[in-house]
Design a binder for this molecule. Structure first.
Ligand SMILES: Cc1ncc(COP(=O)(O)O)c(C=O)c1O
Length: 415
């Protein structure tokens, strides 16, 4: 856990635009040799100056200089004072989840990422923490489930996979009234679109494996806060549980961050093109993308975010079988989980990212078997659309024999 470095009389970073800071962030982190990139410290142990002076670093599970550079840059990006980085998004979530004790209560969005659902439902609950999954868009419902022992409201905005937004300011007011933390998972927006601490959240969580690293080649997570007590406890837990980010992973993420702004903005522009084009396709019953006027949270997205992101969900009129044909039939869009990388990915949440939720919880959250999630990458927009359209044609062109089989299964492929 590193505190943002405020030692400079005038921090030169504060004079730059964010897009410049993102590129330059770790560039001056090697004062000894002036290396263009942050130094990679692979030592597990560091020499003590005297028996009671470790010179700042002792053992890499506790802290590592390369990890510290990443933590400082992320704190700055999120306008936070403290940041700790972890071996995956789930280990960041695990660190925060361990702030709560037996007998305490946490409220979580019912359509959160499946791994977060699994951790709280199947692990944290068994340590005696009470967990309620609710629709955080319904503020009355949130107030109804609040209890004197409620310590946390845990939100994603937009949610994975349905891209529903929550009103962060409104939730932070409820959290403050109840002396609870508002934790905001900012993975989908990244700090480019949204800075939850500025909107009232107390703790920000990230899966760095997504946009922030951006190349699908490293796992990472982060916790950012302005609360010193939270920061100290997270630092303690990180060391105690051994869940800090490894040095090489931190270094790779520092390299990925440099192109975050440009990647994110380009992917977002392509996503808007793809969403608008798919919205006209007769086999698609619904395109879910906050940038479309048809999205129920379009106005909130315009107010609360600085853009719309590059994840799109689509629902096919042919249901599960149609989703399977499309997901297996694309050539450019790779059938794989994760999101926010440079390559376009396609997946079926019920079978992939949200398979760890119970079927009942998926139904409750509104995740149908026929829902497809796309993470738009950096390929040419026309190539992505053409690939999806040829995949959709496979559904249209299924043979009469398949149609008969589908009708036996009660699926309706009539177009
Ligand atoms: C919103 C969200 N939070 C947390 C995670 C977990 O991150 P990781 O896969 O890096 O452990 C994910 C993973 O997909 C996610 O989508």
């Amino acid at each position: 856990m590193v505190k943002k470095n405020n030692n400079h009389a005038v921090d030169p970073h504060s004079l730059w635009n964010e897009s410049t800071r993102i590129v330059q962030g770790s560039q001056h982190a090697d004062p000894i040799h002036g290396g263009m990139n942050a130094p990679l410290h692979l030592s597990t142990s560091f020499k003590w100056n005297t028996v009671n002076d470790d010179g700042g670093y002792d053992y890499s599970r506790t802290a590592n200089p390369t990890r510290s550079i990443l933590e400082e840059q992320l704190a700055q990006l999120e306008n936070g004072q403290y940041c700790s980085t972890h071996g995956s998004g789930m280990s960041a979530v695990t660190a925060v989840a361990h702030l709560f004790k037996q007998g305490e209560h946490v409220i979580i969005s019912k359509d959160c990422y499946g791994g977060v659902f699994r951790l709280f439902n199947d692990v944290i609950r068994y340590f005696g923490v009470e967990v309620s999954f609710v629709d955080l868009k319904n503020l009355d419902q949130v107030r109804d489930v609040l209890q004197p022992n409620t310590k946390c409201i845990w939100a994603e905005s937009p949610t994975n996979p349905l891209l529903r937004l929550v009103d962060i300011k409104a939730l932070s007011i409820i959290a403050n009234e109840s002396d609870a933390f508002l934790v905001l998972d900012n993975t989908f927006c990244s700090p480019i679109l949204q800075k939850p601490l500025d909107l009232g959240a107390h703790i920000v969580v990230h899966s760095l494996s997504k946009y922030i690293n951006g190349h699908c080649d490293v796992l990472g997570g982060a916790v950012i806060t302005n609360d010193k007590d939270v920061a100290n406890r997270i630092h303690f837990l990180t060391n105690a549980m051994g869940i800090g980010s490894p040095a090489f992973d931190s270094w790779l993420i520092l390299r990925g961050i440099k192109t975050l702004n440009i990647r994110y903005r380009h992917q977002e522009k392509t996503a808007m093109f793809v969403a608008k084009t798919l919205a006209k396709h007769p086999l698609i019953s619904r395109v879910i993308y906050p940038g479309l006027k048809s999205h129920p949270d379009h106005d909130l997205a315009k107010r609360q975010q600085n853009g719309f992101g590059s994840v799109i969900c689509i629902e096919l009129s042919g249901g599960l079988d149609a989703a399977k044909i499309l997901a297996e039939g694309t050539k450019l869009c790779t059938l794989a989980v994760s999101l926010g990388g440079v390559s376009t990915l396609i997946e079926v949440p019920a079978f992939h990212s949200h398979a760890s939720m119970t079927k009942a919880a998926r139904v409750e959250a509104g995740i149908s078997n026929g829902l497809i999630r796309l993470s738009i990458g950096l390929e040419e927009p026309e190539d992505i659309v053409n690939d999806l359209v040829q995949g959709l044609e496979l559904i249209r062109n299924i043979t009469d024999k398949q149609k008969i089989m589908c009708s036996v299964n009660n699926y309706d492929y009539s177009i």
